[in-house]
Ligand binder design. Structure first.
Ligand SMILES: [Zn+2]
Length: 397
C-alpha cells in the first residue's frame, strides 16, 4: 500500500479547506438572498468587475490587495479571508485530530477507509461554518444546507461498509464513526420515516395546517401591499404548538408500532434481525435516519415545551434541522450531547456580552455548531464518560 506521509495530507487538506472556505463565503453571502451560489462567478459587489483567478486566491489575495478591489478600491471585509483561514485550519485540524492523534482510537487509517469518514464529517463542518455565519447575519439557518448535509450523512452511512472491513473486535462499534443501527433502532428509524411521510401527506391533503400558517400569510400580504409587518406577539403560540404536537403524533405512533412489531419473538421480527445484520447499508441508512429524527426531535421537544412555557417561540426550525443533520452524520448520540453542551458556549458568550455592555439577543446556531465540533473531536472520551447511556448492544443477538 502506498505510504503517503501525514504532512502531505495536512498541507493538501489545508489548501482544499481554503478553497472550500472561499466557496462558503459565496454561500454565506448569496444563499440567504436566494441567489445562485454557482452563477455568476466571483465579482466585485461594488463595481461588478469579474475577479481574475489571481485576485481570487483564498486568504492571500485579500492580503496582497490590502483588502480592496483592484479595480474600484472598494473595501472588502476582513471576514472573507478569516472564514477561508478558519475552514482551512479545520480541514487540516480534523485530519490531525482523527489520524495523527489518539483522540479517535477506532478511526481506520486515512487510506484504509478513514477518508470516507473524514469526507462525510468535514462536509458537516463546512455546513456548520456556513450556518454559523448565516445565522449571525440573518437569524436563519437555510434548510437546504441541513438537508444536503443530512443526505451526505445518509449516503456515507450506507457506503461505510463497502470501504472499511471492520475487524470482528470492532463489531457493534461502527456507530462511533458513522451512524449504524441494530435491529431495534433500525425498526425505530423505519417507523419514524413512515410517520413523517404520513404527516407530510396530511399537510398535503389539507388535513393538517402548518404552524404559523396564518402569520406567514399575513406577512406575505403585508409585503405585497407595503403595509407594516404583523407582530409575532399577536400569534396564539399555544395553538401553533398544538399543531406541531399533531405533526409529531404520527411519527411517534409509527415509531412505537414499528419497534413493537419488529422486535420480539415473532417470525417477522426474526427475519428483520437477519435482514439488518446482512444488509449493512440498510443498518447504516436507518441509523442515519434515526439520528436525524432524534437530533431534530430533541430540539423540537424543547421548542414546544419552551414555547408553551414562555408564550413565545423558542428555538427556530433552523436549529431543529441543523441538529437533525448533525444526527444524520454523527449518529443520535452526538447530536443529543452537542445540544446539551451548546448552552455552555452560549452562556459564556452571554456573560461576555453583558460585561461588554451589549444586550442584543443572540442567535443559537453558532453555539450548536461550536458544541458539535467539540463533540466530534472528543467523541470517544465523551461517550465513554457517559458510558452505559450510549453503549449499543451488539448487532448479532
Ligand atoms: Zn470593484
Amino acid at each position: 500500500m502506498l505510504n503517503v506521509p501525514d504532512p502531505f495530507w495536512v498541507i493538501t487538506l489545508f489548501l482544499l479547506g481554503s478553497f472550500v472556505g472561499s466557496f462558503l463565503n459565496v454561500v454565506i453571502y448569496r444563499l440567504p438572498l436566494e441567489k445562485s451560489v454557482v452563477y455568476p462567478g466571483s465579482h466585485c459587489p461594488q463595481c461588478n468587475k469579474n475577479l481574475a483567478w489571481y485576485d481570487n486566491v483564498p486568504i492571500f489575495a485579500w492580503i496582497y490587495l490590502g483588502g480592496k478591489c483592484r479595480n474600484c478600491k472598494a473595501k472588502y471585509s476582513f471576514r472573507y479571508p478569516a472564514i477561508e483561514l478558519l475552514t482551512a485550519l479545520l480541514f487540516a485540524g480534523f485530519y490531525i485530530a482523527y489520524f495523527m492523534s489518539d483522540v479517535r482510537l477506532l478511526m481506520p487509517e486515512f487510506l484504509h477507509g478513514g477518508w470516507i469518514i473524514y469526507l462525510v464529517h468535514i462536509t458537516l463542518v463546512a455546513a456548520l461554518i456556513a450556518s454559523t455565519f448565516i445565522d449571525a447575519d440573518h437569524w436563519i439557518i437555510p434548510l437546504s444546507v441541513c438537508y444536503i448535509t443530512a443526505g451526505v450523512g445518509v449516503i456515507g452511512a450506507m457506503l461505510l461498509h463497502y470501504f472499511i472491513d471492520f475487524p470482528i473486535s470492532l463489531h457493534g462499534q461502527q456507530w462511533r464513526m458513522l451512524p449504524f443501527a441494530g435491529p431495534k433502532m433500525a425498526a425505530a428509524g423505519l417507523g419514524s420515516l413512515i410517520g413523517l411521510t404520513l404527516t407530510y401527506m396530511l399537510i398535503k391533503f389539507g388535513l393538517y395546517k402548518r404552524s404559523f400558517h396564518e402569520f406567514e400569510q399575513a406577512c406575505l400580504q403585508a409585503q405585497e401591499n407595503d403595509q407594516p409587518m404583523p407582530s409575532e406577539d399577536d400569534v396564539n403560540i399555544r395553538r401553533e404548538m398544538g399543531r406541531e404536537i399533531l405533526f409529531l403524533a404520527p411519527i411517534v405512533i409509527m415509531t412505537y408500532l414499528a419497534v413493537k412489531i419488529l422486535s420480539g419473538q415473532s417470525d417477522v421480527a426474526s427475519k428483520w434481525v437477519i435482514l439488518i445484520d446482512e444488509q449493512k447499508w440498510l443498518a447504516g441508512l436507518l441509523g442515519s435516519v434515526f439520528g436525524f429524527m432524534i437530533g431534530a426531535g430533541v430540539v423540537w421537544a424543547i421548542r414546544i415545551l419552551g414555547s408553551l412555557a414562555f408564550g413565545r417561540e423558542a428555538m427556530g426550525l433552523g436549529d431543529m434541522h441543523l441538529m437533525g443533520a448533525v444526527g444524520a452524520v454523527l449518529g443520535w448520540q452526538s447530536s443529543v450531547v452537542a445540544f446539551f453542551v451548546a448552552p455552555f458556549f452560549g452562556l459564556g458568550y452571554a456573560i461576555m456580552r453583558l460585561v461588554l455592555k451589549g444586550s442584543r439577543e443572540i442567535p443559537y446556531g453558532p453555539f450548536l455548531s461550536a458544541a458539535t465540533i467539540v463533540v466530534m473531536i472528543f467523541h470517544d472520551s465523551i461517550m465513554d464518560y457517559l458510558g452505559v447511556l450510549f453503549t449499543q448492544p451488539s448487532v448479532v443477538p
